[in-house]
Design a protein around this ligand. Structure first.
Ligand SMILES: [Zn+2]
Ligand SMILES: [Zn+2]
Length: 303
C-alpha cells in the first residue's frame, strides 16, 4: 500500500518544493510566482482602434464605429488575409519577452506567450481556426536558432484549444535577408516566392476551412501576406493571422528587432552543432529540418 502512495507523496513533495523556490519576473526581476508579475502584465497594451484585416492603426475613429473597420491600404489593395488578431502592441515588456524567447532560447516562455494569443482568440468575434499554420523558417535559420518560434507557439495553442498544427504545410524555399531595416516595398520583394506548399497539401482537406497563420511578431505584414497568398491555392474559407504582437511605432520597433537579429548573428553558430546544451536533435527536430518531405512523412503533416 505504501508503495502505491509513494509516487503521489513524491509528486506532492516536488510541488511544495517548486512553490517554495524563489522565482523572479522575467522583466523586472522582482520576486514573482509567475514568469510575468502582475505589474508587468498590467503594463502591456493593445491598440483598440485598428484595422481588423491587417492590424494597422485607424487613427481617430474607434474600430467599432468605423464604417469598414479597415484601413485604406486594405480597402484599395485586397489582401488574402481577412483578420489579424494580435495580443499586444509590440512595445515595452512584450519586446523583452519576445526577445528572450526568440534570441535567448527561453523556450519556457512559449506557454506564457502562447496563452496571450489563446486569450485573444477566445475573446475575438471570429470562430476558432480549423488549422494552425506556423510561419516556417528556412532550414539554415532553423539550424542556427535551434527551433522555430512560430511552431513552438502553434504547438502550445493547438494543444490547449485542440486545433491541429500543420507544421509542414508551408515550406520555406530559400533564405531571405533579414526584414528589419527594410521598408514595406523592399520587404515584399524580399519575401516574394519564399514559400511553397507541401506536395501533399491538397490531400489535407483544408479547402473551405479557417486557417490561422501563426507568427511571433507582425510588422508590415509582408511575410504573413505572402504566406497567405500561397495558402490561397488550397481554397480555404478564411485566412487569419494570430500573433503575440503588432508593431506600432515603426522606428522603435525596428530598432528592437534589428538588435535581436544582430545578437543572434553574433552567436557562435548553430546551437545544434556546437552547443553542449542541445547535443543532438531529436527525431522531431530532424524531421523539422527536412526541407523536402516524402509521402512517408505525410503523417507528420498533421501533428
Ligand atoms: Zn515584473
Ligand atoms: Zn488594414
Amino acid at each position: 500500500m505504501d508503495d502505491i502512495k509513494q509516487p503521489r507523496r513524491w509528486a506532492a513533495w516536488m510541488g511544495q518544493l517548486f512553490n517554495a523556490l524563489p522565482c523572479t519576473c522575467t522583466i523586472c526581476k522582482q520576486p514573482s510566482r509567475t514568469l510575468l508579475c502582475t505589474q508587468c502584465f498590467q503594463s502591456l497594451h493593445r491598440t483598440q482602434n485598428c484595422c481588423t484585416q491587417c492590424g494597422e492603426s485607424l487613427p481617430g475613429i474607434p474600430t467599432h464605429m468605423h464604417p469598414t473597420k479597415r484601413c485604406g491600404r486594405c480597402l484599395t489593395n485586397p489582401s488574402p488575409i481577412q483578420r489579424t488578431l494580435f495580443a499586444y502592441d509590440y512595445d515595452g515588456a512584450i519586446v523583452e519577452l519576445i526577445q528572450q524567447f526568440k534570441f535567448n532560447e527561453a523556450l519556457i516562455l512559449s506557454k506564457l506567450l502562447g496563452d496571450m494569443i489563446i486569450n485573444r482568440l477566445k475573446n475575438s468575434d471570429i470562430c476558432l481556426p480549423d488549422a494552425l499554420i506556423p510561419v516556417p523558417l528556412y532550414v539554415d535559420r532553423l539550424k542556427q536558432r535551434g527551433f522555430n518560434q512560430s511552431l513552438e507557439l502553434a504547438k502550445h495553442i493547438g494543444k490547449a484549444l485542440d486545433i491541429p498544427v500543420y507544421k509542414f504545410l508551408l515550406i520555406r524555399t530559400r533564405a531571405t535577408p533579414k526584414q528589419s531595416g527594410l521598408d514595406r516595398r523592399a520587404r515584399e520583394k524580399n519575401i516574394r516566392g519564399a514559400f511553397k506548399l507541401h506536395t501533399e497539401a491538397n490531400n489535407t482537406k483544408l479547402t473551405g476551412k479557417h486557417l490561422a497563420i501563426v507568427d511571433d511578431v507582425v510588422t508590415t505584414g509582408s511575410t504573413t501576406r505572402e504566406a497567405a497568398r500561397i495558402l490561397q491555392r488550397i481554397s480555404p474559407a478564411l485566412i487569419s493571422v494570430v500573433t503575440i504582437a503588432k508593431t506600432r511605432t515603426g522606428m522603435k520597433a525596428e530598432k528592437n528587432i534589428a538588435k535581436g537579429d544582430k545578437q543572434e548573428e553574433q552567436r557562435q553558430g548553430p546551437s545544434y552543432l556546437h552547443s553542449s546544451r542541445q547535443p543532438c536533435p531529436t527525431a522531431a527536430q530532424r524531421a523539422a529540418l527536412s526541407l523536402e518531405l516524402t509521402s512517408e512523412d505525410y503523417s507528420a503533416l498533421r501533428q
